[in-house]
Design a protein around this ligand. Sequence first.
Ligand SMILES: [Zn+2]
Length: 926
Amino acid sequence: MTNKFYHMLLLPMLFYASVLQAQKVPSPKEFFGFNIGDDYKLTNYTQASAYFKKLAASDRTKLVDIGLTEEGRHQDMLIVSSPENIKKLARFKDISQKLAHANGLTDVQAKSLAAEGKSVVWIDGGLHATEVVGAHQLIETMYQLVTRNDEETLNILKNDVILLTHANPDGQELVSNWYMREADPKKRKMDVPRLWQKYVGHDNNRDFYMMNMKESQNISKQLFVEWIPQIMYNHHQRGPAGSVLAGPPYRDPFNYVFDPLIVTSIDAVGAAMNNRLNVEGKPGYTQRAGSQFSTWWNGGLRTTPYFHNMVGLLTEIIGNPTPETVALVPDRLIPNGATPNPVVPQQWHFRQSIDYSVSLNYAVLDYAARYRSQLLYNIYKMGKNAIDRGRSDHWTFYPKYIDSIKTAYAKDKKAAKKDSSRNQSGEFSFGREDTIPNKYYTAILKNPVNRDARGYIIPANQTDFPTAVKFINALLYSGIQVQKATADFTIAGKKYPAGSYIVKTDQAFRPHVLDMFEPQDHPNDFQYEGGPPIRPYDSAGWTLAFQMGVKSDRMTDAFNGPFQVVPYGAIQSPPKQNLAAAAKAGYLLSPSINNAFIAVNDLLKAGVEVFRLPKGVAGTPNGPGTFFIPASAKAQNVLVKEASDIGLKVSGIAETPAAVVKISPLRIGIFNTYGGSIPSGWVRWLMEQYHYNYTQIYPQEIDGGNLNQKYDVLIFVTGAIPALGRAEATAGEGGPGRQPKADSIAAEFRPWLGKITAEKSIPQLKKFMEAGGTIVTIGTSTNLAYHIGLPVHNYLTEKGANGKERPLPGTKYYIPGSLLKASFDTSEPANYGMPAQNDVVFDRSPVFKLDAGAEAKGVKRLAWFATDKPLDSGWAWGQKYLKDGTAAFVAPVGSGEMYAFGPEITFRGQAQSTFRLLFNQLYSNK
Ligand SMILES: [Zn+2]
C-alpha cells in the first residue's frame, strides 16, 4: 500500500471517526440536563455511571469495573489517555509495576523503562459523599479530558495514563437522591438519615491498611497491586475557614519510614498546583501550617500511598450546590508562606469549586506529562533504596533514640562536673549546647541492637493463626510481597512449622512493612515549649500487628529458608483443619481464637448446646472460658465445616468436664442515631462478620422504656452517652450531629431522630439493668457509670489551686490514638481468652479510679495499667499518670450489669485482639 493510497483511505475515516466521537459523547448538560456545578443541582451515581458508559465510547477511554460495593453497585474507574496509549495499556501497566517494585532492575534498565512508560496518575472523587464537589469534579474532569483538543490536553493524553476512579458509588446515590428529593431548591440539604457508606461513613477513609470494606479492597487492588500510580490525588471537601482549599505540601510531622523523595516530590507537585491557581487568578490556597493535615498517619486513601512510594495528594475545598459565603478570617488575609494568595469574603458558587478542581487536576496531569520519565524513574529509585535498606544493616532514627542520646549525654556531663580532673576542657566544652560528641551517635544510633528488621516470621503454630492470616491478607491487599514456608525450618535455633509466613523488608514497599509491624514513635508536638499539645490529624500510633495480636519474630540478620513467594495480591485462607478424632464426650474451642465465636454462634443457631469451662482444661492450651460442645451429629456437621472453612482448630475430649456453664444467645441492641454513628457502624459490621444477630436501637425507643421486653444486652459506643452534667451528647464528643426537623423527612426516618439525654434516656437504661439487662459501654459512653452513680471516678485528675479535683491539663497529660499495654484478670469471665497483658487502642480514653468500698459493692476491675510506661506505639505525654488506673470494670446494677471499657476495643474493625472483650458479654450464662 502506497502512502498516498493510505492517506486517501485514512483521511475520510479519521474525519468520520471524529464526527462519530462528537456524536457519541454528550456534554454533561446534554446528558444530565444541567451543567456540572450549576447551583442546586446534583447527579446520583446511577446517572453518573450511565454517563461514564457514554464517555467509554471515546477511543481515549477504557471503562473498568473494579468490583462491587458494600451495597452491591459496580464501582467504576475510567482510564483516559491518547487512543494510541489506550491500545497499549497492558504494556504501560507492566512498566509501572516493574518500576514500582524495582526488583531485579539495573539503573540503566530502569531509565529505559522510564523513557518508554507513561506517567500513571490516579484521580478519585466522591469518597466522602456529602463532600459533593468530589464526585462532580470527577465527571467534569472526565468530560474535559475526553473532548478537549487544546495543546495541553493532547500533551497530557500523550504522556499520562489517567485513572479516574469513583471512590464511593453508594454514597453518591444516597446523598444526591436525598438532596434532590426536595422540589424547592432552597430546601435542599445534605442531612442524610444514615451513613453514606453502608457501615462506616466517614471512616471509609480510615480503612486503607486494613481493607475491611469492599470499596477499600477494590481501590487498593488498583492502587497497590494493579497500576501502582506514581501520583494519586484524593479529593475532599471543606477548606479551612477563610480559605478556598487546603492542599499539599502538608505540615509536620512526616513519618520517619518515608523515603525523602516522597517529601520533596509532594513539595514539587504541590507547588505546581498552587502556582497554576495563582496564574489563573484563583486565590485561597492554603498549605503546610495553614491546615491540620500532616503526612504522619497511615490508613487514609491519600496517606497509605506514601508508604508505597507514591506521591499522595489531598485537597479539601469549599463549595456546595447551595451557594455559600467565604468567611472572613482576619488572620488569613495577610499573605504568608501558608497562604500566599488569600481569598477575600464573597459569595461562592458550586461551579467555582468545580473549576478550581479541574485546574488542580490539570496542574497535576501537566506536571506528570512534563516530568514523565523522572516520575517513573523516581518511584524505581525509592523502591531500590528500600530494597537496599532492607538488605543491609540500616537504622531508622526515631525520636526515642534522639532522647536516649540526650539523656546519656546529660548524665555523662553531670558525672564529669563532679569529677574535677576532667574539668572545662575536653569533650564537653562545645560552643553550642546542642552539639554533642559523635561517640553518642555511634553508641546509640548505630547500636546493632537498634537495627531495623530484615524481616518478620509469623509462625503458623500461634494460637490464633486464622487472625494472623487476616493480617497477612491486609498486607497482600496492600501489594506487599509475602512469602510462605513450604517445609519446617529452623532459624537462630528456633523451629518454625511449614505454612508460616515471612515478610521481608528488602522490598519496594518496605515503609509499609515496617509501619505494620513496628511501633510508631510520634514526636512530642506542642504549640510552644511548655504549651498545649498539637492534636495529630488522626492516630499517633496504630501498629496493625499489635492491634490484631499477631505474634511475629523480628529478624535483624539476613535469613532464609524453604520460602515460596506468594503472588502479589493473592488472598490467603487459613489452613484447613480436621476435626479431632478423640471426641468421645465432645469438642473444645479456645476463646483465644476469634473465629471460635463464629462457630459458637453457628452452633447456637443450629440448636446445639454450648457450654463454657470457667477453669479451662488443665494441662492443655484450652484456658479459662474454653467452649465445650457435647458430641452430637449436629455439632459435628457444623464443626467439620468450620474447621475447614475458617481454619478452626477443634480439639476433642474423652470425658465430659466437671464444671460446665451453659450459654445461650442474647437479644442484642446496638445504639445508633439519625445520620449514623460511625463506631456503631463498625460494631454492626463486626456482628455480621462474627454471625451475631442484632437490632439497632435509637434514642426514642430507649426513652419509651420497657427495654427488657425486647433486649438482653445493649451496646453503647463512643459518642452515645453524654458527659455528666451535659443534657445530651454533642457532635464534638463523637455524638450525633445536627438533625433535621421531623416534618421535613419521611415518616420512616423519624424514629431515628433524637439523642440520648440525661433526663429521659438514662433513667430507662438504669431500669433496664435493674431488671436484669446488661449494658456494654465503650469509650466515652462509659460516662453512663457516672450518671447512674457507680462508685468510680475519673483517675486522671489533680488538685487545683482551690483544692478541688480537676482533669489533668494537656500540658501534663495527653494521649491521642495510641496503643497501650494493659493488664487483664484472665480468670474473669468478661476477659475469657485474653492474655494477661495485651495492647489496647487508647484515644484520649477514660480511665477510672474505683472508690474505697467499690469492690465490696461488687465492682470488679477487668483491666488496668500496671506500669508508668504503658505506651507501645504512638504518643503518650505524661503516661506515668496512668499507672494503676483502671481501664475497664464491671459493676452490678440491680440484677443486671454494666460493663465499662475505656479503650476502643472494637476500633475500626482492626483491634482484633480485643474483640472478645465485647463478644464474651453477648451470651447468657444464667
Ligand atoms: Zn473528606
